[in-house]
Every structure is written in structure tokens, then in C-alpha cells.
Write a new protein. Structure first.
Length: 254
């Protein structure tokens, strides 16, 4: 069942998602060669606590950290570690919080120092695909229009869409209906309605789309070892179209 939120509930969700956006922007600024993803995780958890919120991911189905930090060929759900990041790496930072009973969720991928032109292009295309997907969000549109927009941008640029993981509805639970694939034909699935809130999250590989999960039970990596990027916004369907609840005030550096 797809749960539509009232305007008051969307305002409460805006608080949670605004917190996520601010913390991710700070994490992006401190991401640099020599920093570990465990240090980023500790900073994220500290900022969440200072805001009187709680992490959405820590303890979720046994996940051990506040932040998902996925480096290079890691697609999603990378567990923070003590391995220092190095110049030229890329890292996906995915984080959620709970504030006043509602969830916020967003992800960005940033470069560590100077990155290769092809890595930069992967990040730009993935973020562009997210923007094109958000452009489809309006009452009366079909759910599959979102994934089709992602796929069209990604494949036109020679990259591939991850198919094993999808976006999702979000609200009083982290994962609600509907599931939102990042591929497919347009004009299919449920119609979008005012009050729906969707976590839209393209995951894009520089090589082939296949992924596998490592022995830790969480970290998904590309099977061919190619780089992967991940961007996510939480978006509400309103009478005026899409409202991006996790919009950041400044562009996150690459």
C-alpha cells in the first residue's frame, strides 16, 4: 500500500531531510585523501546526535554504522572502515535520520582530491539522471516514467544502470511502497499522487550492470570491478510538482 502524506507530515519530513542534506554537505567538504570512512561515519553520528535525531541505518536489519560509505567499485551499503581514502577515489555517502517519527534519506558521490575525467563524467551523468528523474515527478505521471528517465540518460552516455537495487517510498518507515526501479518502459505502474514521498536513487556503473554482495553481507560491488556512483534525493509529490526535501543549499564539490 502506498501511503500519501498530509501537508503537515511533509513539513515534518522536510525537517528530517533537511538535516540529512546539511550533514552530507559537511561530509563532502571534509572528504579528502587520508581521511577514513570510519571518521566520516563518526562525524555523521555526532551531528545527528547534536540535532536531537537518531540514525536511520544503524541497527537496521543489523547494519553496524550510521553511514553507508561505498568506495570506487563499491555500489551501495559499504561499511565504514579504517582504510584511508586516497587521491582519485570516489566515495558514495548514503545517510538517513529519524526526526519526530519521520525518516530522511539521501546520498551523494564525491571525488577524493582530483579524480580522473572518466570518473568525473560518471558522477555528472549519475547526478544528471537523478535530475531528469525528478523532472518526471508530478501528480498523474506514472511511476515507471522515473526509472525510464534515469535509464535514458545513463545508457545514452555509455554507462549502465544497476538493477538489483531500487529506490523506494519513505515516510514513517525508511522503506515504504512503491519500489522505484531505475530502468523500464514509461507509462506503466501506479499513477503518482499528491502526498507521495519518494526516495529516488540512481546507481550507475561505469562498466556492466552486474553486481555482487561481499561476504560481510552488506557491501555490493560491481562484478567487473568498474567504478560505481550513487545519488539520491527524497522528493514529495505536491500540487505544484516535485518538492526536493533533501536539496542542498550549495552544490557539493566533486
Amino acid at each position: 500500500m502506498i501511503v500519501c502524506k498530509s501537508p503537515a507530515e511533509i513539513e515534518r519530513m522536510a525537517v528530517a531531510n533537511g538535516l540529512v542534506a546539511r550533514i552530507l554537505a559537511e561530509l563532502a567538504e571534509v572528504t579528502s585523501p587520508g581521511v577514513t570512512t570510519r571518521e566520516l561515519d563518526a562525524l555523521a553520528e555526532r551531528r545527528i546526535a547534536e540535532a536531537g535525531a537518531r540514525p536511520a541505518f544503524k541497527g537496521y536489519r543489523g547494519y553496524p554504522a550510521t553511514l553507508c560509505a561505498s568506495v570506487n567499485e563499491q555500489v551501495v551499503h559499504g561499511i565504514p572502515s579504517d582504510r584511508p581514502m586516497k587521491e582519485g577515489d570516489i566515495v558514495s555517502l548514503d545517510m538517513g535520520v529519524v526526526v519526530d517519527g519521520f525518516y530522511g534519506d539521501s546520498a551523494i558521490t564525491v571525488g577524493v582530491g582530483r579524480i580522473a575525467p572518466e570518473a568525473d563524467r560518471l558522477l555528472r551523468v549519475t547526478e544528471e539522471a537523478l535530475g531528469r528523474a525528478i523532472d518526471q515527478v508530478r501528480a498523474g505521471a506514472r511511476l515507471s516514467d522515473i526509472g525510464h528517465a534515469v535509464q535514458a540518460v545513463v545508457e545514452a552516455n555509455g554507462f549502465s544502470v544497476v538493477r538489483e537495487f531500487v529506490g523506494h517510498g519513505i515516510g514513517a518507515a525508511l522503506h515504504e511502497e512503491p519500489q522505484i526501479p531505475n530502468y523500464g518502459e514509461p507509462g506503466r505502474g501506479p499513477r503518482l499522487a499528491e502526498g507521495m514521498v519518494l526516495a529516488i536513487e540512481p546507481m550507475v556503473n561505469a562498466g556492466k550492470p552486474a553486481v555482487k554482495v561481499l561476504a560481510d553481507g552488506w557491501t555490493a560491488v560491481t562484478r567487473d570491478g568498474s567504478l560505481s556512483a550513487h545519488f539520491e534525493h527524497t522528493v514529495a509529490v505536491t500540487a505544484d510538482g516535485a518538492r526536493v526535501l533533501t536539496r542542498r543549499e550549495a552544490t557539493v564539490r566533486r
